[in-house]
Design a protein around this ligand. Structure first.
Ligand SMILES: [Zn+2]
Length: 212
């Protein structure tokens, strides 16, 4: 399967957790986001971007999203903690409220690349375990991070594209979320990721240091 969504923050909670996540999302690899656009790479990416853009197909994107959401067992919600918090986050960003989907067996969140290009709202996926493992402040920071990706997404990569996860993109999303929501929620989110992974998430540790 080629479906790609971004971006896991929490992993290796427990072996059981990994197995559960794997079992419930057998065909979807949750990874990755857009590479760094610098130097020679930037030139190559720009060429690709032009090509992808001209080929961007709303119907293909919509079909890919529906297929992915179906395989993940994701369902859209219109109430509850994730919906209420994303409404607040979207207001802070001055943006339309993204569609929020809950999917089983994961402590992670992700956004669907180019989903904002479909209807201006975009789509954020929330693992069921994340709703239990993150308190309201950390959850807001987590959503703020995903929202930062959505508002920065130029739809150069679609639902079907392979996207390379990039540390700078993650740090940029944290920084935008911190500017928009304040540093408190973003720090709480990263601190919770560190606690849940017993300090083994070096990425979260480094990003937390960048926010100090
Ligand atoms: Zn991210």
């Amino acid at each position: 399967m080629n479906h790609r969504v971004h971006c896991p923050q929490v992993w290796a909670l427990t072996q059981k957790g990994r197995d559960t996540a794997r079992a419930s999302v057998p065909t979807v690899r949750v990874l990755a986001v857009i590479g760094l656009l610098t130097g020679i790479l930037a030139a190559q990416v720009t060429v690709n971007v032009t090509g992808v853009r001209s080929q961007f197909n709303i119907q293909a994107q919509t079909a890919c999203e529906a297929d992915m959401l179906g395989k993940m067992g994701a369902r859209e919600v219109f109430s509850g903690k994730p919906y209420e918090l994303v409404t607040e986050v979207a207001r802070a960003y001055g943006r339309a409220i993204p569609h929020i989907y809950i999917f089983p067996g994961s402590p992670n969140m992700a956004y669907i690349a180019a989903s904002t290009a479909v209807d201006g709202h975009g789509k954020i996926l929330v693992g069921q375990q994340a709703t239990e493992l993150f308190d309201a402040v950390a959850f807001e920071g987590f959503l703020g991070h995903e929202m930062a990706h959505l508002v920065s997404d130029r739809a150069t990569e679609g639902c079907n594209d392979y996207i390379v996860r990039d540390p700078q993109t993650e740090a940029d999303a944290d920084a935008l979320a911190a500017r928009t929501l304040g540093t408190g929620p973003v720090k709480a989110f990263l601190q919770r990721v560190l606690a849940l992974t017993k300090g083994r998430n070096w990425d979260a540790r480094q990003r937390l240091q960048l926010l100090q």
